[in-house]
Design a protein around this ligand. Structure first.
Ligand SMILES: Nc1nc2c(c(=O)[nH]1)N[C@H]1C(S)=C(S)[C@@H](COP(=O)(O)OP(=O)(O)OC[C@H]3O[C@@H](n4cnc5c(=O)[nH]c(N)nc54)[C@H](O)[C@@H]3O)O[C@H]1N2
Ligand SMILES: Nc1nc2c(c(=O)[nH]1)N[C@H]1C(S)=C(S)[C@@H](COP(=O)(O)OP(=O)(O)OC[C@H]3O[C@@H](n4cnc5c(=O)[nH]c(N)nc54)[C@H](O)[C@@H]3O)O[C@H]1N2
Ligand code: SF4
Ligand SMILES: [Mo]
Length: 885
């Protein structure tokens, strides 16, 4: 029978409520939950496409040992035995867990309890190290706790929203929609975007500050000094509730305006305008994300921002405050259970003996790790040099996402025993596991997540567990029992784990710790099933509440005061002549991390279908690269080959490459292979946004584009990138050697039946080659080859996979590579929800649709999730500007 289940989106930290409807036929449809306070019914392109990522294609459905199918008992026994053996022979620090902000709180709680309380090591770290650890460290330095003071409402209530190091339009799209809607209804509201690139987010900004990489500390130090000298600070608040002001002010005053301009790369008038705007606007929210966190000075950047809010007492009041935007759906939950190697459960500190003792007694644990464990980058170094003998990787893909990724891959290969718990069988990391454990995916798993505004929501299952897949918490608890800790890991359900977690947050707390959800300490199964989204804290006996922190002090340092932190602007990295460009890495709108889920959706894969580098026209000219050429990028650590996207949105000297592509989707685009393993000295977070590299044109002798109904096998090409497409796959190719039999190449690549004959042609003058293979009236595969980047109407070519080609004429039309005059080519997908392409949008603009709304009325583009509205606005602006020239 059809049913509707309320759950939470598994992607970004906005934490949108989702209603999943399972029809009588089992088909799943997804819509936003109008009652969820994060999104009030909205969803972005990724959320809207969730149903397209639920198929079992590529799923890991059974445990495997050494590549052979195994039973659960056998696999769990082996994991417990090898971990116990490593501990017995080499001590507890010889084992490690590397987990993820995509685990549910309940999974995470069990992983942390097992490692820190029972194994007795703190060698559990998480991909949140790469994501939020600078924010955590900055919060703890300033507030004495890892507290996000504000709520999402603050972004709507503010008169000035500063977004620094955040591409909100693409990475937190629903929050961006809330912000744009607030700005549209209150045009006096100002938005400032601080980002070296002119991102889509910058398109709604009143001011875009194209800061130099890592210029943020200087920028906010200058702001702090300006606020003091202009008298905008709140002396009462500073003296009543803080300490360290004088030292921080002295450090902030180190540079004059000329020095600030040099350090930030912004003009003196840009600095003055921004400082004045901040000074004169009471209600300011400063949101920050990876452009701040992922830096060798990430923690200092965070504190430079926090200093400005503390000095003006613009914190914890409606419409005011610093706001760390969390990345993953449960980045916050992971912090609450203490999943980082230097934290303890329930926001307690591993360094504090009283906290360790409290946790030990609560858990009834033999011991609690007494010192911080290895942080992610160091953990994999310890794997590489043999100190870690057994490693369990869960819900993360470090061979793609950690810096110096080739070295990480070598370390994982070298490790004597590696367990990977994942939903997919083939990932760049899973291929090196000794034991593979099949986990439940979204729609199957059951638990809670916490979003950026401290709101805890339920993820509820609406699909049966496929094959033998089991929950991550269950896998961990089963191993714990086999290691001899049966009593402490006898939880019957996620509800029981959540109750224990809530009880620990309340345990001997009495207001001393920010994280307190004691109200849920006795929750039972029906209560858990019905749990509505709520914000923490919610101590014992209290009702759900909206709570902001620190408006009246109440910090969590022992003296109750917040701390100003004196921070110095980092020295600007001198240009390295051998690696003169700065590589910046990050995200695109429609892909999620290593693409294990978004890569399944043709709609999402159509937005940007191959790895690319954004490069400024001047740099492109210097290295002799034209738009759509291929580029090799190299650092001392590794290399990648990606497509050139020449754009003035990029700053000269900087390159931007997305983090998503990996060996499953491209020949050589794991960009973390190039990223130096440089980390912030306080947080240990890698500096993934500022890497010295060089770039050169990749000399291909032929370029190709192909579509195929079946996923191709190994592609024998100097460059390849594949993407899901409606009815099959699409791929970009390049070759350095064009001799050879292309028909045979196609047969091998696309596993074509021997009796299928190609049609096509080779033009000897232009060097173009076209081949298409049909079975009956269906297109099996087509290859378009050219000495130059191939001019094929890609979306049209893809659509031919689903078309019927009854006669030879229609079949030959495919080899033309473009539609006939009466069927226009939609162009690259802009609106994923309605599959609207750029050519359709430009045609509508030529027809007089000069606003996003008008384009929406004509084509529906941008009217569902709205994630592409910034892009549509960009296309309109570009067209109108071109027309005006
Ligand atoms: N579509 C999509 N959304 C996502 C994700 C995804 O994979 N795909 N992942 C989620 C996760 S886990 C995270 S952590 C968030 C990340 O969300 P964001 O942090 O918004 O995303 P990024 O693209 O990593 O980086 C943001 C911006 O920082 C800029 N930047 C680089 N260097 C500097 C600098 O020195 N100073 C400043 N001020 N800016 C700089 C980059 O140019 C980039 O535009 O996104 C979440 N949302
Ligand atoms: N260069 C560069 N590198 C970066 C970044 C950057 O901006 N630039 N960003 C960093 C950041 S902020 C982040 S958060 C990381 C993200 O990097 P990763 O965590 O490595 O990326 P994901 O693709 O999200 O990996 C999740 C894995 O878990 C699997 N999975 C999904 N759901 C479940 C589940 O419920 N249980 C289990 N067991 N497995 C599951 C997926 O199939 C996938 O293999 O990348 C970091 N790396
Ligand atoms: S903004 Fe998009 S990706 Fe993020 S939680 Fe909401 S629907 Fe999911
Ligand atoms: Mo992240």
């Amino acid at each position: 029978m059809a049913c509707e289940i309320k759950t939470t989106c598994p992607y970004c930290g906005v934490g949108c409520g989702v209603i999943a409807r399972v029809g009588d036929d089992g088909a799943v449809s997804i819509k936003g939950d109008p009652e969820h306070p994060a999104n009030f019914g909205r969803l972005c392109s990724k959320g809207s496409a969730l149903a397209e990522t639920l198929d079992l294609d590529g799923r890991l459905l059974h445990p495997e040992i050494g590549g052979r199918r195994a039973g659960w008992d056998e696999a769990l026994d082996l994991v417990a035995e090898r971990f116990s053996q490593a501990i017995a022979e080499h001590g507890p620090d010889a084992v490690a867990f590397y987990v993820s902000g995509q685990l549910l709180t309940e999974d995470y709680y069990i992983a942390n309890k097992l490692m820190k309380g029972f194994i007795g090591s703190a060698n559990i770290d998480t991909n949140s190290r790469l994501c939020m650890s600078s924010s955590v460290a900055g919060h703890r330095r300033a507030f004495g706790s890892d507290t996000v003071p504000g709520t999402y409402d603050d972004l709507e209530l503010a008169d000035l929203v500063v977004l620094t190091g955040s591409n909100l339009a693409w990475c937190h799209p629903v929050l961006y929609q809330r912000l744009s809607a607030a700005k549209a209804s209150r045009p006096e509201m100002k938005v400032v975007v601080i980002d070296p690139r002119r991102t889509m987010t910058a398109d709604i900004a009143d001011m875009h500050l194209a800061i130099k990489p890592d210029g943020d500390t200087a920028l906010f130090n200058g702001l702090f000094a300006h606020l003091v000298t202009s008298g905008a600070v709140d002396q009462n608040y500073i003296s009543a509730h803080t300490s360290g002001f004088a030292e921080a002010f002295a450090a902030a005053s180190a540079l004059d305006l000329a020095g600030l301009s040099a350090a930030s790369g912004l003009t003196q008038s840009e600095l003055r305008d921004f400082y004045r705007l901040f000074e004169t606007t009471e209600k300011v929210v400063t949101c920050y994300s990876q452009g701040v966190n992922q830096s060798a000075a990430g923690t200092d950047k965070v504190n430079a921002i926090l200093n400005c809010h503390l000095a003006t007492a613009r914190i914890g009041r409606p419409g005011m405050g610093p706001f760390s935007l969390t990345g993953q759906p449960n980045a916050m939950g992971g912090r609450e259970v203490g999943g980082l190697a230097n934290m303890l459960a329930a926001h307690m500190d591993i360094e504090k003996a009283t906290h360790r003792d409290q946790v030990r007694r609560f858990w009834g644990a033999p011991m609690v790790a007494s010192k911080p464990g290895l942080k992610a980058v160091d953990m994999f170094r310890a794997v590489a040099d043999g100190r870690i003998k057994a490693l369990w990787i869960m819900a993360t893909n470090p061979v793609v996402s950690l810096p110096d990724a080739d070295a990480v891959e070598a370390a994982v290969k070298f490790c004597p025993f590696v367990v990977v718990s994942d939903v997919l069988r083939e990932t760049d990391t899973a291929r090196h596991a000794h034991v593979l454990l099949p986990s439940l995916g979204w729609g199957e798993k059951n638990g809670t997540v916490t979003n950026s505004e401290r709101r805890i929501s339920r993820q509820r299952p609406f699909l049966d567990a496929p094959g033998e897949a089991r929950a991550d918490w269950w896998q961990l608890a089963q191993v714990a029992r086999r290691m001899g800790y049966a009593e402490a890991f006898d939880h019957a359900s996620p509800a029981a784990i959540f109750a224990e977690h809530a009880a620990l947050s309340d345990f001997e707390n009495e207001g001393r710790r920010d994280f307190d959800i004691g109200a849920h300490a006795t929750i039972d199964q029906p209560g858990y099933d019905a749990l509505l989204p709520f914000q923490w804290p919610q101590p014992k006996g209290s009702a759900p509440q909206v709570r902001r922190f620190f408006a009246d002090g109440g910090f969590f340092h022992p003296d109750g005061r917040g701390r100003f932190v004196a921070v110095d602007a980092p020295k600007v990295r001198p240009i390295n002549d051998a690696f003169p460009l700065t590589l910046n890495t990050g995200r695109v709108r429609d892909h999620w991390h290593t693409m294990t889920r978004t890569g399944k959706s043709a709609r999402l894969s159509g937005h940007l279908a191959e790895p690319f580098v954004e490069i400024h026209p001047c740099d492109a000219q210097t290295i002799g690269v034209a738009d759509a050429d291929l580029v090799t990028i190299e650092s001392p650590f590794g290399a990648a080959i990606v497509r050139a996207l020449v754009t003035e949105r990029q700053a000269p000297g900087n390159l931007f490459v997305p983090m998503h592509w990996n060996d499953q989707f491209a020949s050589k685009a794991r960009i973390d292979a190039l990223v130096a393993p440089v980390t912030d000295p306080v947080s240990g977070q890698p500096a993934s946004k500022n890497v010295a590299v060089r770039a050169a044109r990749f000399a291909a002798s032929a370029y190709g584009f192909a579509v195929a109904a079946q996923k191709p096998r190994a592609l024998d090409a100097a460059y390849w990138a594949i993407a899901r497409a409606e009815g099959g796959w699409r791929m970009e190719l390049a070759f350095t050697d064009t001799d050879g039999d292309w028909i045979d190449w196609c047969r091998r690549a696309f596993s074509l039946p021997a009796d299928v004959e190609p049609i096509g042609y080779k033009d000897r003058t232009s060097g173009e080659l076209r081949l298409a293979f049909f079975e009956g009236d269906r297109l099996l595969a087509a290859l378009f080859l050219s000495p130059r980047p191939v001019a094929v109407a890609r979306n049209w070519a893809v659509s031919q996979l689903g078309a019927t080609h009854q006669n030879l004429g229609r079949r030959f039309a495919v080899t033309a590579g473009r539609p006939g005059a009466n069927t226009p080519d939609p162009g690259a997908t802009v609106c994923s929800c309605f599959s609207v392409g750029v050519n359709q949008i430009t045609a509508a603009i030529r027809d007089g649709c000069h606003s996003v709304e008008a384009v929406g009325q004509r084509l529906s583009a941008g009217t569902n999730c709205g994630s592409c509205r910034a892009e549509i606005r960009g296309i309109i602006n570009a067209c109108l500007a071109a027309a005006a020239e």
